[in-house]
Design a protein around this ligand. Sequence first.
Ligand code: CO8
Length: 303
Amino acid sequence: MALRACLRTKPGLTGLLSQLSSCSSHGAARMSPALVAQRRSSSTSQKIKVDFDQRTGVAVMRMQSPPVNSLSLEFLTDVCIALEKLEMDKSCRGLIVTSSQPKVFSAGLDILDMYGKSPEHCAEFWKAVQEMWLKFYGSNMITIAAVNGSSPAGGCLLSMTCDYRIMADNPRYSIGLNETQLGIVAPFWFKDTMVNTVGHRTTEMALQLGLLYSPAEALKIGLVDRLVPEDQVLTTATETMTKWLAIPDHARQLTKSMMRKPTIDKLTSNREADINNFVKFITKDSIQKSLGMYLEMLKRRKA
Ligand code: CO8
């Protein structure tokens, strides 16, 4: 129910022009320390924790869905609701997304939501995946991904929807769209997001081979913007946010919209067809078999 209500709302950048007149009020106001304390708010669902500091205008969203922050239907619903709230709060200008789980930013889409499920469930799940992407990619806020662990597939997508990515410099972590390794195909809007981030040729190779990059490789191809020691990921994200906040909101938002709107429009005008394609593809026996084998491989690797 909550997701459905959330799905009815336009993504942030879509209503941008009409909101421009109110943008000038986005700057953080000066206030007394007592007021500052009152102006910190936090909201917690089981899967995410959001801390919003009204003094700075910056919210931090921590993904806390053990073991690996996989993007399940429930998780996506919580994220969409939280984003919706932040987007509507004109005092919130920036959002940092990070993980509370050790070693993992997000393991991507929850494979269990795509394996052995009814077509109806798959359709609802995919609609939620689309919604998360639309809300992040079309956000009016400055969004920074503090990638403090591995980030395959949908986790990589989530980080690519942000305006800037800072990753922990730990060679054990990896990031990339590895869908083909699971025997599945990244949809066009995953592909478009990566093309917009690293360019066509790099995306073509990355997608065909299902490449997962080390942090150093990801920096080299521009998949992430900066590497820092693991314990500095969040502080660096906060410092970076301060620089971005210095740019007038209306100019930055219009520029973001200009860059991203064609990609967003492509999905919004094809949502139903994209859902139908996904359901048809994912429920095929051969694809279900591949997913089952991949899940087995994950378990074996653990043992
Ligand atoms: N979904 C569901 N369960 C998962 C997922 C996932 N994406 N990833 C891991 N798990 C489970 C594991 O099976 C394991 O379960 P259990 O405890 O029951 O054995 C548990 O989480 C812990 O996993 P690990 O032991 O592997 O944890 P590690 O900390 O060693 O490694 C990693 C963390 C690196 C994230 C690792 O788990 C991993 O590589 N996971 C797989 C990531 C992946 O390939 N994700 C792809 C998902 S598909 C996607 O996002 C886009 C799909 C687009 C569809 C397009 C179709 C048309």
